[in-house]
Design a protein around this ligand. Structure first.
Ligand code: FAD
Length: 281
């Protein structure tokens, strides 16, 4: 992988030792592809605070790939966020994915002192100056709670203006939505790179459920095809690889500054796409 475009892989911290070992094995496999960084999600409200921290430190120090913790403000106090920032800084972590987050149902109302991701970006800059490269989230198909697409664009601009260095998108299956989003935010003065988030297709029902929840559109032609495959995992896999690889090529040819893979802690689906790309990298 070259440094001209950036490539990264995202993990989630696991609850079991076996899951954690699998995550590390996946990370070691992906490390041999020389990615720019790994990232590790954070459970809003601090539910994964220690696990995210430990995973990131292991990825950075043992797997030896720069690792970026996700950090969300919706359920954490400023004091809790400050402590985490100090721990990350002291550990030599240089990149953070700054989010509002979503509290899991049952955790009640947001109790954090910072309400939106732009507040968190501002807070990180106040606390740590330019130490961290700050990533924020972008939604080419609009954040599900946004009042309107236009409103969501303005809120994205707030994050860039608050000091974000780059953005990673929610996944999507329609490259035009990405190109349109980038064109619109550039017209609003945003200069930071917006890297497409890529979700491999491996399982129809999980993907459909997840897409509904996060507001990503699963196009009818993809849905119908996946439905038709039923339990035929092999066909789903090869169709998914083909569709997503072609979309990645389209994105990179159209100027996307890299790719960020949602690995769900598995190496093969992302690597299948990666190895399938017919582009010089
Ligand atoms: P924001 O940018 O704050 O936006 C949230 C909503 O509020 C939007 O509708 C926006 O239009 C609106 N809004 C934003 N700012 C303002 C403002 N100043 N005034 C009024 N309205 C505003 N979730 C996790 O819990 N943990 C993770 O690790 C995690 N990682 C993610 C990684 C990526 C790359 C992406 C794309 C998402 C991730 N998420 C994660 C999901 C994310 O937390 C949710 O989508 C959440 O609902 C919004 O977070 P945000 O940072 O985009 O919020």
């Amino acid at each position: 992988m070259t440094q001209e475009r950036r490539y990264s892989f995202e993990f989630f911290p696991t609850k079991t030792d076996a899951g954690h070992e699998k995550l590390l094995a996946t990370a070691r496999t992906l490390a041999s592809y020389n990615p720019d960084f790994f990232s590790c999600t954070y459970g809003a409200g601090g539910s994964t605070r220690d696990r995210t921290l430990n995973t990131v430190l292991q990825l950075e120090n043992e797997v030896k790939v720069p690792a970026a913790p996700h950090l969300s403000c919706v359920g954490d106090s400023k004091e809790e966020l400050r402590n985490l920032l100090v721990q990350y800084k002291d550990a030599g972590i240089k990149r953070i994915v700054a989010l509002r987050g979503d509290l899991p149902s049952g955790m009640g109302m947001a109790s954090g002192e910072l309400r939106y991701a732009n507040d968190l970006v501002e807070f990180i800059r106040q606390e740590s100056g330019d130490h961290f490269h700050i990533e924020v989230a972008a939604y080419p198909e609009m954040h599900p709670q946004a009042r309107s697409f236009e409103d969501d664009l303005i809120n994205f601009v707030r994050k860039a203006n608050a000091g974000a260095d780059s953005a990673i998108t929610q996944y999507f299956f329609n490259a035009d939505s990405y190109f349109y989003f980038v064109e619109r935010v550039e017209k609003l003065g945003v200069k930071i790179p917006v890297v497409p988030g890529i979700m491999p297709i491996t399982n129809y029902s999980k993907l459909a459920r997840f897409s509904d929840a996060c507001g990503a559109e699963l196009p009818r032609w993809i849905r119908k095809q996946l439905e038709a495959y039923g339990d035929d995992a092999k066909s789903i896999q090869s169709f998914g690889e083909e569709v997503i690889s072609r979309m990645c090529e389209q994105l990179l040819q159209g100027g996307a500054p890299g790719l960020h893979f949602y690995t769900l802690n598995q190496a093969e689906p992302s690597l299948a796409i990666w190895n399938n790309l017919k582009l010089p990298r």
